[in-house]
Write a protein that binds this ligand. Structure first.
Ligand SMILES: C[S@@+](CC[C@H](N)C(=O)[O-])C[C@H]1O[C@@H](n2cnc3c(N)ncnc32)[C@H](O)[C@@H]1O
Ligand code: SF4
Ligand code: SF4
Length: 336
């Protein structure tokens, strides 16, 4: 996801899990996306107190975070903007004009391109909204999820399109294979091949003089195989996913699948972070698998996504959850 400094942490603050779309690749179960609870301003303050002066990457996410009222976002921002060392970003599908109004409040916006057009989202309108935000001086970061549909469409074709839209930096995200997203989750070898295709696309662009291209994970790895954290599972790095009611998980998939029992007396963020449940969850995501013993890429991938590794798709694949075929390809490029 995001490159983090040493004492940093990634916070995914799910201000609501509600979403009006139903993307085929979404890791969040529909019944969780139907919940319209939003995060209180007090809870945001409590999380900000925990973040303090650390170098946190703070993602305002969901669900669709722009469904929370604009006045509430202004209150969230009056708290978050006081964090001295954190990078704040909203993650939105930019599904309607109202989403633009909310997104505009945030200097950094992440959105994703789906060439198959997300259900109910018209790509032309999505592009207009991206251009409007860029025109206002906001930074619009782009992500493309490597779902089976996107791979069937063609990774190079999708990259050509986003290049044509004016994007020079794009992050390709491997699928988080929850139950909801399983049908869109490719065999890891297919994901490796898609990442290699993206690398070849970037190299070809540079060969013809386009030097401003950055396609991750490839370019992130080129800059430093062991420094780049984009292939490591954020849960193993003590990522904090906060639900609208304040419940915390280390793994992004868990919040998308496990429906919280509504607890009126939710423990504080600080208490949950030092609880055995959270510490155990992080430790489970750092446990090595026998296939990883002695592997030269361990530092780079730390075994990849555990949810992926535990699927039958990965268990029946000749490829590992760390995309070793792709890592070997990158290694070949580093040494030329
Ligand atoms: C869950 S969405 C929430 C924010 C907003 N609704 C959106 O779609 O941008 C955050 C990001 O995760 C991506 N995403 C959703 N499901 C995924 C999955 N199963 N695997 C990988 N990425 C996924 C989305 O495409 C989006 O870029
Ligand atoms: S990926 Fe985002 S826009 Fe699509 S259903 Fe999930 S939360 Fe909604
Ligand atoms: S590349 Fe594959 S085998 Fe090697 S450490 Fe990563 S997940 Fe394990």
């Amino acid at each position: 996801m995001t490159t983090q400094a040493k004492n940093s942490r990634l916070f995914h603050i799910n201000v609501t899990r509600q979403c009006q779309l139903a993307c085929s690749h979404c890791y969040i179960d529909q019944d969780i996306r139907d919940n319209d609870q939003s995060m209180s301003v007090d809870k945001m303050q409590e999380i900000a107190d925990v973040i303090g002066d650390t170098n946190a990457d703070v993602h305002i996410i969901g669900g669709e975070p722009t469904l929370v009222g604009i006045d509430t976002h202004k209150q969230y921002l009056s708290i978050l903007s006081k964090l001295p060392s954190s990078k704040i970003m909203i993650v939105t599908a930019l599904q309607n004009a109202r989403a633009v109004k909310v997104a505009k409040l945030y200097q950094n916006i992440a959105t994703s391109y789906d060439p198959n057009a997300r259900i109910e989202v018209n790509n032309d309108k999505w592009l207009e909204r991206c251009k409007e935000l860029r025109g206002c001086g906001n930074n619009v970061h782009l992500c493309v999820s490597l779902s089976q549909s996107v791979i069937d469409y063609g990774v190079s074709k999708a990259l050509d399109e986003v290049y044509g839209f004016g994007f020079r930096s794009v992050h390709l995200a491997a699928m988080v294979p929850t139950m909801n997203a399983l049908a869109e989750t490719p065999d890891p070898m297919i994901t490796s091949q898609a990442m290699i295709e993206s690398a070849e696309w970037a190299l070809e662009k540079r060969r013809v003089g386009e030097d401003g291209i950055f396609v991750s994970p490839f370019d992130g790895l080129l800059q430093g195989m062991s420094n780049y954290d984009g292939l490591r599972c954020p849960a193993g790095e003590s990522c904090v996913n906060v639900e609208p009611n304040g419940k915390i998980h280390a793994c992004v998939a868990k919040g998308g699948e496990v429906k919280d029992i509504v607890i009126n007396q939710m423990q504080s963020t600080e208490t949950q972070l030092s609880s055995n449940a959270y510490i155990l969850e992080v430790a489970q995501h750092n446990r090595s698998r026998t296939e990883c013993f002695g592997c030269e890429f361990w530092i780079t991938c730390k075994g990849g996504c555990r949810v992926l590794a535990n699927t039958d798709i990965a268990k029946n694949s000749v490829e590992c959850a760390g995309f070793k075929t792709f890592l070997n390809y990158v290694k070949g490029k580093v040494h030329v």
